[in-house]
Design a protein around this ligand. Structure first.
Ligand SMILES: NC(=O)c1ccc[n+]([C@@H]2O[C@H](COP(=O)([O-])OP(=O)(O)OC[C@H]3O[C@@H](n4cnc5c(N)ncnc54)[C@H](O)[C@@H]3O)[C@@H](O)[C@H]2O)c1
Length: 351
């Protein structure tokens, strides 16, 4: 990880007789000089350019890519490398893990969100029947190349999106990141001061630690990382993916903390801290009312984390401890209604 680390890509890629490069069209156009051309590598190169964004993660696009790989006779000992954000990474990971039962995967994440979170941990997937990541596998990349040059001059909105996940790490035990965010002033300063590299390293360390104890998300160690995500996935799906993942996670955490408070398990100060942090970096709060209570609850019911008909969530109880709660879907509805009533303004007109 660091600056100009992308140059390592060629050495790694050169070991394979066949290389498939799945690359975001936007990134390809924005960084024509940064990304190695790979034209002179030893092996055969198949280049697939992708229109990224959440709609990329579809079964149709998965099939299209599989067809290209089959038609080109890509062998099993090939490398699949991706260059792009989390959506390219999630689709590429799923393709790599399923094509001929698995080919080697190289990750080159290019958004803050993908560098700080999605490139590591082995989760991948596509959306199906309106449900986020309904189909996917656990499959680790063989190598991850994080080049901060991709995000140095990126838009404040992209940084804000990444901050959603970064704030999650600050709330689930990464106290140094919490302090860095508390002491920071705004997105532009964060970017200028190069604090982002330090933050990425700290968050990835925490994620790696949790993932190493529970790769398949079975024994609970990894569940801390899902904080905010039950509500976030419902926000993303209800908004037809117009709300980006990181922004949805930030509001998701606020709502889950509110639920924790209502159930008497969460210290009220946590929501105040998070809310202040979001205001400082201008991370927007999504108005759930505008998405519709019924729609949100219907997506929550389909959440992968539901167990025995109850919605399972892990939320912080204070700055040191996380607690598990299991909530009946009807109770979730009344919690969310109460959150909307007490936190979202209602547009009123007077006749
Ligand atoms: N697998 C995991 O563990 C995991 C974890 C968190 C999120 N995710 C998934 O990641 C996805 C979100 O990822 P994302 O936020 O990277 O979104 P994204 O992949 O849609 O990228 C966001 C936008 O940024 C553009 N972009 C990419 N790199 C850029 C750069 N360097 N400069 C300017 N623009 C650039 C893209 O073209 C796209 O328009 C969601 O689908 C989410 O579910 C997965």
């Amino acid at each position: 990880m660091g600056e100009k680390t992308i140059s390592h890509m060629v050495d790694e890629v050169d070991r394979y007789s066949h290389v498939v490069l799945m690359i975001s069209k936007t990134v390809d156009e924005l960084f024509p000089e940064t990304i190695p051309k790979l034209g002179s590598i030893r092996g055969e190169l198949t280049r697939i350019t992708l229109n990224d964004g959440e709609s990329l993660k579809s079964i149709r696009n998965y099939q299209k890519i599989m067809r290209v790989l089959i038609e080109r006779g890509i062998p099993r000992d090939s490398l699949l490398a991706y260059v792009g954000g989390g959506t390219v990474g999630d689709l590429a990971g799923f393709v790599a893990s399923t094509y001929k039962r698995g080919v080697d995967l190289m990750a080159v994440p290019t958004t803050l969100l993908s560098q700080v979170d999605s490139c590591l941990g082995g989760k991948n997937g596509i959306n199906f029947s309106g449900v986020k990541n309904a189909i996917g596998t656990f499959y680790n990349p063989r190598s991850i190349i994080i080049d901060v040059d991709f995000i140095k001059n990126s838009s404040p909105d992209m940084i804000r999106d990444g901050l959603g996940e970064i704030m999650k790490y600050s709330m689930i035990g990464e106290h140094t990141v919490f302090n860095l965010l508390q002491n920071g002033t705004d997105v532009e300063t964060l970017q200028k001061e190069d604090s982002l590299s330090r933050i990425i390293t700290l968050c990835l360390k925490l994620k790696a630690d949790k993932v190493s104890k529970d790769f398949r998300d079975r024994n609970g160690e990894r569940r801390d990382l899902n904080f905010g995500h039950t509500i976030a996935h419902a926000i993303e799906s209800s908004s037809k993916n117009t709300v980006h993942h990181g922004i949805a996670v930030a509001t998701g955490m606020l709502v889950e903390l509110y639920i924790g408070e209502t159930m008497g398990v969460t210290d009220k100060s946590l929501r105040s801290f998070l809310s202040a942090m979001m205001a400082r970096y201008s991370v927007p709060k999504i108005q759930l009312r505008s998405l519709g209570l019924d729609t949100i609850v219907s997506f929550i019911r389909n959440d992968k984390k539901s167990m025995d008909g109850k919605i399972a969530m892990r939320i912080p109880s204070d700055t040191e401890t996380m607690v598990d709660v299991a909530i009946d879907p009807e109770a979730i509805r009344s919690h969310i209604r109460s959150y909307m009533d007490s936190n979202e303004s209602v547009a009123r007109s007077t006749l």
